[in-house]
Design a protein around this ligand. Structure first.
Ligand code: AMO
Length: 437
């Protein structure tokens, strides 16, 4: 029997992935591998359904091949050699008549969860057995979509001349201010886990102009909500010679492209999750912070200028402004030290949040460019400028004006898949209670 050949690929185990088998191959000898999803005995025949990551096939084991079936619990891994033949089954367009079945790994029962999802397991049990949970096609669909989302983001940013970078995650001083920092001992020194690539990505505009990073970052989030994790994946960009409206346009077209690409490339996954990925129309609505306060006032929520928008307020706004929208021009005092004030209204800032309904997906803005201003803003926010000396030095080396944003990938995934709990779209989520597996 020939090995699997596709271009330069040649696999020792199988001739085909299951999705490559077709009714046109009736009579052909093949070998494929997969996990036993179901097994039914009917008289002298046994019907197996076997799944690999690409699909599912029916395998018929006739009397003469029964000896191979002695101990084969569901979810065991097998290799089947056999012939493709016509079938009478209504769910399949062909079947494999097994000549031999080789047990590659036995699944030990009882399994901690039912990976087919016939018996529902709660999320904690599923996360505790995450690798097995990925055999559930709904769960697998989430992570296949995530793969396409990442590919689409890289494609869009590459086309817009952004260069992918990787910045340190172990750092000596806070990038986003003092709160929510995980600290660790680093060879006798105090170190922290990076909250974002903020300072590094700004510095990289000196040499590379437009950069992006897709990495995990860390926040000591005590709040146990469906949208906060202590380890989350952030998509960050920073661009020289752009201001906040320019980078909002980049973000908007990135979101539209992600929706278009996943709508087209993830048809099976949408069926599996019973969702339709509908590309949003651009431009997204843009309201100012002041207009958001006005809208809230109509709902008898009276906030003073400078008050932050809390979850309850965002939920009200989210009902008024369904889908994606930007809130721009936030009070300067609500924004981190690196955000630029508005030239004509210095109490406001050149900043934005991208919302989906109540959920904040991204924030960004034009950055401060004067090291003197950054120092005074650091002091105002109770931070010690001497701790940022390395960063501030770079502003004397020809730092171009720049702007950027950070986008929570996991939150975007939960919006695309219409799954509220962020833990569902992360393989091994970390929160205040979960550190393993
Ligand atoms: P910010 O702190 O708003 O901005 O974070 C950017 C986006 O990251 C996501 N996010 C989170 N997702 C899950 N769990 C968390 N604990 C969590 N924290 C943040 C959100 C959020 O909108 N440096 C700036 C960005 C910039 O200006 O470039 C920053 O980090 O979706």
């Amino acid at each position: 029997m020939s090995l699997k050949k596709r271009g330069s690929d040649s696999l020792q185990f199988k001739t085909h992935d299951i999705e490559e088998l077709t009714p046109a191959m009736v009579g052909k000898e093949i070998a494929c591998c997969g996990w036993i999803e179901d097994m039914r005995k009917l008289g002298k025949m046994t019907f197996l359904t076997v799944r690999d990551v690409t699909g599912i096939a029916q395998v018929i084991v006739k009397e003469e091949a029964q000896k191979y079936l002695e101990e084969l619990p569901r979810q065991s891994v097998i290799r089947i050699k056999g012939k493709v033949q016509e079938t009478k089954a209504k769910d399949f367009s062909f079947e494999i008549n097994a000549q031999s079945i080789e047990l590659l790994a036995k699944a030990v029962h009882p399994l901690p969860i039912d990976p087919i999802g016939r018996l529902e397991s709660n999320i904690d049990n599923r996360l505790n057995a995450r690798a097995l949970d990925l055999r559930n096609q709904k769960t697998a669909a989430i992570f296949k979509i995530r793969h396409h989302v990442l590919a689409s983001i890289r494609k869009t940013l590459g086309e817009k001349k952004f260069i992918e970078i990787t910045t340190p995650k172990i750092i000596g001083s806070a990038s986003e201010g003092g709160a929510n920092l995980f600290s660790l001992e680093y060879f006798g020194k105090q170190a922290y886990l990076a909250q974002s690539p903020q300072l590094y990505k700004e510095q990289m505009t000196i040499g590379l102009e437009r950069v992006f990073e897709i990495s995990t970052f860390y926040r000591a989030e005590k709040s146990h909500t469906v949208r906060h994790l202590s380890e989350f994946t952030s998509v960050d960009i920073e661009a020289a010679f752009m201001d906040y409206t320019d980078v909002m346009n980049v973000l908007e077209s990135l979101i539209v492209n992600v929706y278009n690409d996943t709508a087209n490339n993830c048809k099976k996954e949408q069926e599996e999750l019973e969702i339709e990925i509908k590309p949003p129309s651009a431009p997204f609505e843009r309201i100012t912070y002041a207009q958001a306060l006005e809208l809230l006032k109509k709902h008898d929520i009276k906030l003073n200028f400078g008050d932050d928008l809390q979850d309850a307020h965002l939920r009200v706004l989210g009902k008024e402004l369904a889908g994606f929208y930007f809130i721009v021009d936030w009070p300067l005092k609500l924004k981190p030290f690196y955000i630029h004030e508005k030239d004509d209204e210095p109490d406001l800032s050149k900043s934005f949040d991208l919302q989906f309904g109540y959920l904040e997906l991204s924030s960004g803005g034009t950055r401060l460019h004067s090291p003197e201003k950054i120092k005074s803003r650091l002091k105002e926010q109770g931070l010690d400028p001497s701790k940022f000396a390395d960063h501030l030095r770079a502003f004397e080396w020809g730092m171009p004006p720049h702007a950027g944003w950070g986008l929570g990938l996991d939150r975007l995934m939960s919006v695309i898949t219409k799954i509220d709990n962020i833990r569902e779209v992360v393989l091994y989520p970390r929160d205040s209670e979960r550190l393993s597996p």
